[in-house]
Design a protein around this ligand. Structure first.
Ligand code: PSV
Ligand code: MN
Ligand code: MN
Length: 387
């Protein structure tokens, strides 16, 4: 039995949620580039997400963002997704594109603004009831640009109160997932800047409140796998937003900037029980960019996650433990690096073929004609964009 054969079955459990916003036009603060074939409706975004799943078998759910993906009938939307072979997943709230939230949302000094933001989350929870979604994901743009602009402690207290009000509505089988980000759009301080703050806030709420770790939301040089270990240890790692970054929140293709970091992160996920049928840790992408085609960009990302998962599963745990126990620094390091350097691409291609999937999903997509089809069909109407 080859090493790969020993881990092949474990790969069956992999499911990576796609963000609906990855399929709309996106850009930078300088420009949003339009591109041919961009969805004009939520349904077209879902059809594109389903296409990623069809070619990879890795992305059975798609996350929605409200109000970008607001529709009249969510049950019908859920059926539409199912007809296309996928399901609706996490519901993301949005309190960063309304003038009322200029100085904050859930932490705002004005109770009327806080209530508006809370009501928006109630709407999201209602939607979750209709779509059958488990997770409400909250990322807040709340923060300040200047020392003296806001009372840091007061903002934290108001945030806690707002979150508690939202949490009361979260169903027994649902979760509140709080994402952190160290800066941007606020530049002096962010109200949920780091895993510790997110942890402190969700720990005060209860068992069904957990942390979302977006790999792009840390200062350069941060040891992200340590955070993964700690959150798993504390039972509070709810989900990942995978992407990669060279500088800040770049939202680039997963594993493009630092494949070794992705490996180290997934090694800790596996080590901490965050991978497999018994784990509640949700793998998601938060990758959207403006220069590559959206669908193959997502295909590339989910394949990169799968490839790194396979390599992480290949770590010889017994040999590693023995080396760690005996203080054999170089042996431990070698075990780790042997797994990282194992080329699993041919094995994964065979694994896919055995399951009726294309051996090379990137190529299969390129040859499928889907891109040309949507570029021809999707003319007129207004293309959807991130902002
Ligand atoms: C903003 O930084 C952000 O990229 C967060 O990572 C969210 O997950 C995403 O937007 C969607 O709201
Ligand atoms: Mn994110
Ligand atoms: Mn982000």
């Amino acid at each position: 039995m080859t090493d790969f054969a020993a881990i092949a079955a474990a790969l069956e459990h992999q499911a990576i949620e796609l963000p609906s916003w990855a399929f709309g036009n996106s850009g930078t603060r300088f420009k949003v580039f339009g591109s041919a074939g961009t969805p004009r409706s939520v349904e077209e975004k879902i059809a594109d997400a389903a296409t990623v799943h069809r070619f990879t078998g890795l992305a059975p759910t798609v996350a929605l963002h409200i109000p970008w993906d607001r529709v009249d009938d969510y049950a019908a939307l859920a059926r539409y997704a199912e007809d296309h072979g996928i399901r609706l997943g996490t519901i993301n709230s949005n309190t960063f594109q309304d003038d009322d939230y200029k100085l904050g949302s859930l932490s705002h000094v004005d109770p009327k603004v806080r209530q508006k933001a809370i009501d928006h989350h109630f709407e999201c929870i209602d939607i979750m009831g209709e779509t059958g979604s488990r997770d409400l994901k909250i990322w807040l743009a709340d923060g300040t640009n200047y020392p003296g602009q806001g009372d840091l402690r007061g903002r934290q207290d108001r945030l806690a109160e707002s979150l508690a009000t939202i949490y009361e509505r979260v169903g027994e089988d649902q979760r509140l997932v709080l994402e952190y980000k160290f800066f941007e759009p606020a530049f002096y301080h962010t109200d949920v800047p780091d895993w510790g703050t997110s942890y402190a806030q969700v720990a005060a709420l209860g068992d069904r409140a957990v942390v979302c770790l977006d790999t792009g939301h840390h200062a350069p040089g941060t040891n992200i796998e340590f955070i993964v270990m700690q959150l798993l240890r504390l039972g509070k790692l709810g989900s990942f937003d995978f992407n990669s970054r060279f500088y800040a929140d770049d939202d680039l293709i997963v594993g493009a900037a630092d494949p070794f970091q992705l490996f180290r992160i997934i090694v800790e996920v596996v080590r901490g029980g965050g991978y497999g049928p018994d784990s509640d840790v949700a793998f998601m992408l938060d990758q959207c960019h403006n220069i590559e085609h959206k669908i193959p960009g997502q295909i590339r990302s989910v394949l990169n996650v799968q490839e790194m998962t396979a390599r992480a599963l290949l770590v010889d745990r017994d040999a590693l433990a023995a080396a760690e126990e005996t203080g054999d620094v170089l042996a431990g390091h070698q075990v780790f690096m042997d797994a990282f350097y194992t080329d699993v691409r041919a094995d994964l291609a065979a694994w896919r073929e055995e399951r009726g999937l294309p051996a090379d999903p990137m190529r299969a997509y390129a040859e499928s004609g889907y891109q040309a089809e949507i570029e021809t069909a999707r003319v007129g109407g207004s293309q959807m964009s991130w902002t």
